[in-house]
Design a protein around this ligand. Sequence first.
Ligand SMILES: NC(=O)c1ccc[n+]([C@@H]2O[C@H](COP(=O)([O-])OP(=O)(O)OC[C@H]3O[C@@H](n4cnc5c(N)ncnc54)[C@H](O)[C@@H]3O)[C@@H](O)[C@H]2O)c1
Length: 342
Amino acid sequence: MKNLLITGGAGFIGSNAIDYFLTQHQNYTIINLDKLSYAASIDNMDSFLHHPRHIFVKGDITDSALVEKLFIEYEIEGVIHFAAESHVDNSINQPDIFIKTNVLGTFTLLEAARKYWTGSKKESRFHHISTDEVYGSLGEEGFFTEETPYAPNSPYSASKASSDHLVRSYHKTYGLNTVITNCSNNYGPHQHAEKLIPTIIRKALAGQSIPIYGNGKNVRDWLFVTDHCQAIDKVFHLASAGAHFNVGGNNELSNIDLALLICAKLNELCPSTSKGDYSALINYVTDRPGHDFRYAVSINKIELALGWKPETAFATGLMQTLTYYIHHFKQHNMLAETIGEV
Ligand SMILES: NC(=O)c1ccc[n+]([C@@H]2O[C@H](COP(=O)([O-])OP(=O)(O)OC[C@H]3O[C@@H](n4cnc5c(N)ncnc54)[C@H](O)[C@@H]3O)[C@@H](O)[C@H]2O)c1
């Protein structure tokens, strides 16, 4: 039996990952440290909150006394670190919390891990979850590889890049058993309503204008969250210490094509007699400052080294995602609310 500390397990990817790890690995008990920020939801933990191998701890990753206590109390042998401030627009308006949580929070976890694991004969692994946004922006051609130099453009991506560098340094300097994965845009159930795909669905169903930044031509590479969990599983268990892998969906779409696709599916799933075609609600809005044009990730390294590639066809993943949000937004009466844009 092993105890894993997972941070951010009440958020989007963390909650999907806890569900996945509890199902796939019967020998793990998961200690889930989450401060329950605005982006978290108790509902995201519905399937595992009372699971006998899940322990929820409400707390902040910047609280070093708490983090150190958790390592000792639960004899932690592995960390998967998701907790972060994750919304680029918020980082433009209020960068300070991004530096605190993403940089200082990661530092606090690394320090606790170093203190607890140094000199110990216990197994250890520190898996840091990061983003392809650390690489900056691509033009029409090419892909980010693990060799692409870091060039973050938003306070969010700069804070993630900083945390990646700290993780790398703890491996190089102290020999901490770290791995880093940089993934592309995830989609699937449990994402906060402020993010792009939930926003398109929510605004369409509410009959409100669907905001699309700039000319809508910005391209993102969409990765289904369960495929991401499988990649994390492989890297966490099989990668060598200090390794660094990109994780992508092989699935590039411009924001406007994504919005049109979602509207077309909603026309089939929830036809609106009063509103007509949902795509009529699409409204181009002033572009995000420093908006990266294109992200696209090469997955050659993880495919060759660990045999991982995404399995979920976009049509399948999108249908699961739509079904979840249609139900979720109606159940929680969220179709009249104004929630942060895009
Ligand atoms: N969502 C994506 O498409 C995407 C893409 C690339 C990388 N990532 C990375 O994956 C990780 C998870 O992203 P997500 O989309 O699930 O984020 P999210 O915003 O949905 O969830 C983040 C979770 O972290 C918790 N949290 C925030 N600050 C905390 C703190 N100080 N202490 C403890 N808990 C705290 C929140 O309460 C929340 O439950 C992040 O590190 C993010 O940078 C996400």
